[in-house]
Design a protein around this ligand. Structure first.
Ligand SMILES: *Cc1c(COP(=O)(O)O)cnc(C)c1O
Length: 469
């Protein structure tokens, strides 16, 4: 018998593991099916590992103990929520990996009510007959963006797909070579366009696309797509065509224009001291494209959704599109989005939405909050660690204001490198987790992205990480 065969003979049997007291307790009743699967998976995982190993034969008792501990860990993980609450200390305000914009309490409440109770989602209470799903939410969105009508779908990727598919219906889609973008890990524009069944016609060059480039490729009935460069900037020898000029060109050639605005700003962010460059939705709509699309959970400050704006006729056409059903949003989403849009309608200035509040904080406020946090943390810090408040730069993130940085304050910790790494790991794996910023200078948390009510949680997280809960 060779070494591997000898080793594999030591693998514990499934039935033996299932007979273990704790596993048997876990596998009671209807849980038996999934627990058995889990046990099989664990043993299979160990088998694969043993096939890679070549050390001395590991005895059955050791492998059994290892299997039981894995079964315990994985079953405990399965019985917990699949996500962990995270405090965002990264300085990226709209952080896609951490769930983008946060909803205000009013939207959370609205979503909770609709989730747990029946509602007139698709029902007309007056006539007692079927109503239009989402219509009142869409009316609010259209009004805010200055559009005739709007349609809410699952996200901006779906909005874009539907808009192009509907207007181009298999024909050519002109896109500047400077706008064949990728956003995040899975949004590659040319791949999404390929799935619309339309023919992508790239115009211009990577750095320069002129009105003539579009004009010479235009044919009646063609569709032009313009995509906001959300997550990168181009500098140097560059040229792009303004949305309004492109709309005029398309109008005179009988061509359609779709504009992917990306972020969906419903507030003049320049007023918060943010650099211009991100237009507001009403400006995009006013520039005259046939359809404008945006995300609901970026600068708009709502939940995951895509909104398409356009004329009554175009949006009615989209509503009747067979794929619209596949992209439609859940009632919980509609309720949350409705609440956020209502906040915009109700506010005579900046609506009280977390994304906007985080961006609106002044440097003086951030400085004061950082100082308070430092004072609260300092007594618990390990000896040899030095904490200080330092100015730095945060970013908007989420494909908005790609090049723009916003001033911020960090609570920065300096100390032995390994200890800093260990602390950041402990912070990230705590509950709630805290994700900070680690660089050559040390371990920092960025006040720009931490909500004031989260500060006690930050203190508790550091105390746990420092072993002083
Ligand atoms: C973010 C973004 C998208 C993707 O939006 P989702 O809502 O995440 O689907 C598409 N286009 C642009 C320009 C974006 O900035």
């Amino acid at each position: 018998m060779n070494h591997l065969q000898e080793q594999l003979r030591e693998l514990p049997q499934i039935s033996v593991l299932l007979a273990d007291d704790q596993v048997a307790e876990l596998a009671r009743g209807r849980r038996q099916a999934w627990v058995t699967r889990l046990v099989q998976d664990v043993v299979e995982g160990i088998r694969r590992e043993l096939q890679q190993e070549c050390g001395p034969v590991r005895p059955r008792a050791e492998l059994t103990a290892s299997a039981l501990s894995r079964i315990r860990e994985r079953s405990q993980a399965l019985l917990r929520p699949a996500w962990t609450r995270v405090i965002n200390g990264t300085g990226v305000v709209v952080h896609t990996n951490l769930g983008r914009s946060l909803l205000p309490p009013s939207a959370v409440e609205a979503a909770a009510i609709v989730a747990a109770a029946n509602s007139d989602l698709e029902f007309d209470l007056e006539s007692g007959t079927r109503g239009h799903r989402g219509r009142r939410v869409e009316e609010k969105a259209a009004l805010l963006a200055g559009a005739a009508d709007a349609l809410v779908v699952n996200n901006n990727a779906a909005a874009l797909w539907l808009a192009v598919r509907f207007l181009a219906s298999g024909g050519p889609v002109l896109l500047s070579r400077g706008e064949v973008v990728a956003i995040g890990g899975s949004f590659r524009l040319h791949e999404i366009l390929a799935e619309t069944g339309c023919r992508l016609v790239e115009v211009g060059t990577t750095n320069r696309t002129s009105l003539d480039d579009y004009a010479s490729a235009l044919e009646p009935g063609a569709t032009v797509l313009k995509v906001h460069r959300s997550n990168f900037t181009m500098t140097g020898f560059t040229e792009e065509v303004a949305l309004g000029d492109l709309a005029a060109l398309c109008g005179s050639h009988g061509a359609n224009l779709v504009y992917d605005a990306g972020s969906g700003a419903l507030f003049p962010f320049a007023e918060l001291g943010l650099p211009t460059g991100e237009t507001e939705l009403f400006e995009d709509v006013a520039a005259g494209p046939d359809l404008v699309t945006c995300s609901g959970d970026k600068l708009l400050g709502g939940c995951q959704a895509g909104i398409i704006f356009g004329s009554g006729e175009r949006i009615s056409g989209l509503r009747r599109h067979p794929m619209r059903r596949a992209f439609r949003v859940d009632k919980v989403t509609l309720a949350a989005l409705d609440s956020v849009l209502t906040a915009y309608l109700a506010a005579d200035d900046r609506p009280d939405l977390p994304t906007l509040s985080l961006l609106a904080q002044s440097e003086a406020e951030l400085e004061a909050r950082a100082t308070d946090l430092l004072v609260a943390l300092q007594p618990h810090a390990p000896r040899k660690w030095r904490g200080q408040v330092v100015p730095s730069q945060a970013s908007v993130g989420g494909g908005s204001f790609s090049s723009a940085v916003v001033p911020t304050r960090l609570v920065l910790w300096q100390g032995p490198k390994e200890a800093l790494d260990a602390c950041h790991l402990a912070l990230r794996t705590g509950d709630p987790a805290l994700v900070g910023r680690m660089n050559q200078e040390g371990l920092a948390v960025d006040m720009r992205t931490i909500l004031p009510h989260e500060e006690p949680l930050v203190v508790a997280a550091f105390r746990r990480a420092w072993g002083k809960p």
